[in-house]
Design a protein. Structure first.
Length: 191
């Protein structure tokens, strides 16, 4: 089972050093998913490093239910049926909603206002990161296909359906004295 940690973020806690420290420390664990529960905040109010986590607006029933489903899915064999989760959530939502609406007020004066320029900069940064990630994935896929073509030129058959190891009577590249890094064309060009 993977771990799931959640942080309640309010306007005053949004930039609190202890929240940033705790979230960063927990996020370093390999099998831990960190999410934030937004109270009196919108998704766009959250900046890096906390912006990297999954956010749930606790006042939005749909978002909170998605978080409950995520938590349930983390339970493995102990997880409840989707119908059970839905019925329980629907039954207890009115009480929870009432409690959430009556939470003590945070210092709303500290609510950060991000300018359009800041939001645009974040959008450009995320777009660039996504573009680089897609480009890298494309290069890896192209290199895989170049290697498969290389195997075919050596008389080896590759089972594309299961991406298994080469199957044939001929020897593998390693047995033939070559490796994927020797003599295999590598794709490194742009998309």
């Amino acid at each position: 089972m993977q771990g799931l940690e959640s942080f309640c973020l309010t306007p005053s806690a949004l930039t609190a050093p202890w929240v940033l420290f705790e979230a960063g420390a927990i996020a370093k664990f390999e099998k831990t998913h960190v999410c934030t529960l937004l109270i009196d905040l919108k998704h766009q109010d959250v900046t890096d490093p906390l912006a990297q986590f999954h956010h749930t607006d606790v006042m939005k029933k749909v978002e909170l239910f998605q978080l409950v489903e995520t938590l349930n899915n983390q339970l493995g064999e102990d997880k409840r049926s989707a119908e059970h989760i839905r019925r329980s959530f629907d039954k207890w939502w009115p009480d929870l909603d009432e409690q959430l609406k009556n939470l003590p007020s945070d210092d709303v004066a500290k609510l950060p206002h991000r300018s359009d320029r800041e939001l645009l900069n974040d959008l450009v940064t995320l777009t660039r990161q996504t573009s680089l990630s897609v480009l890298e994935s494309h290069r890896e896929i192209m290199n895989m296909f170049k290697y498969l073509e290389f195997l075919q030129t050596r008389g080896q058959v590759f089972d594309y359906a299961s991406f298994s190891k080469p199957r044939s009577g001929s020897s593998s590249p390693a047995a033939a004295g070559s490796s994927p890094s020797h003599g295999v064309p590598v794709y490194g060009g742009p998309c």
